[in-house]
Ligand binder design. Structure first.
Ligand SMILES: Nc1ncnc2c1ncn2[C@@H]1O[C@H](COP(=O)(O)OP(=O)(O)O)[C@@H](O)[C@H]1O
Ligand SMILES: Cc1cn([C@H]2C[C@H](O)[C@@H](COP(=O)(O)O)O2)c(=O)[nH]c1=O
Ligand SMILES: [Zn+2]
Length: 192
């Protein structure tokens, strides 16, 4: 039976890299994949999905109105898909996560989602909450804090490097705006 996977981590843990490696692995065996990433996460990169290690690939972009079940099944009917890979899965809606589950259960297509667990305030994103609730397999990828502990949290910083405590949940950015930290150092940074 096809499964719904959630590979979750803090920022800078290698989520996009791992997605691109998994995609390569399918394709080098002659299998067909479909890649997706969030429309709103457009960091002006050359490729839709880019890892900090330099790998990249084109991908379909999902927005609020995207019906992943309909779009993926339409493609699957033209050329059977062996796997669907979704980056920035924290930005999926709950409904879209259920569409992913349906792709696995009724469509028979494995769906591999990669995303953040929590935001800069330690709150679950909607997509992450739904995936943690219903995915068949939860796999934690790991980044390292400056102290050597596992970095599970994402600190948002301003232009001067100071911790940001309040704000909108969504704010696109990279290493300039976020620092992956262990919970202890995340708490200390927010308390300071
Ligand atoms: N030149 C490099 N060689 C090896 N690893 C690198 C290089 N540049 C960045 N990395 C590593 O790549 C990881 C970030 O990968 P990425 O897939 O962009 O993360 P994520 O999608 O989780 O934010 C970090 O662990 C970083 O240390
Ligand atoms: C913590 C946090 C992150 N984001 C955004 C910032 C980036 O654009 C993406 C995550 O990118 P990754 O390196 O591929 O993991 O999410 C956000 O909007 N709000 C947050 O709280
Ligand atoms: Zn630490």
């Amino acid at each position: 039976m096809a499964k719904l996977y959630f590979y979750y981590a803090s920022m800078n843990a290698g989520k996009s890299t791992t997605l691109l490696q998994a995609d390569f692995n399918y394709r080098e065996r002659g299998m067909h994949t479909m890649l997706w990433t969030a429309q709103l996460d457009d960091r002006g990169a050359d490729k839709a999905i880019e890892s900090r290690i330099g790998l990249g690939a084109e991908a379909h972009r999902y927005g609020k109105a995207t019906d992943l079940w309909a779009d993926v099944m339409a493609s699957h009917r033209v050329e059977p898909l062996d796997c669907v890979l979704i980056d920035e899965a924290q930005f999926l809606s709950k409904e879209q996560v259920w569409q992913c589950a349906r792709l696995a259960d009724e469509g028979g297509i494995p769906v591999l989602c990669y995303g953040l667990r929590t935001d800069f305030q330690g709150e679950l994103f909607p997509g992450s909450a739904a995936l943690l609730g219903i995915a068949d397999a939860l796999v934690e990828l790991k980044a390292v804090c400056h102290c050597g502990r596992k970095a599970t949290m994402n600190l948002r910083v301003d232009e001067s490097g100071a911790a940001v405590k309040q704000g909108a949940q969504t704010e696109i950015g990279g290493n300039d705006r976020y620092v992956a930290l262990c919970r202890k150092h995340f708490s200390e940074a927010l308390a300071g």
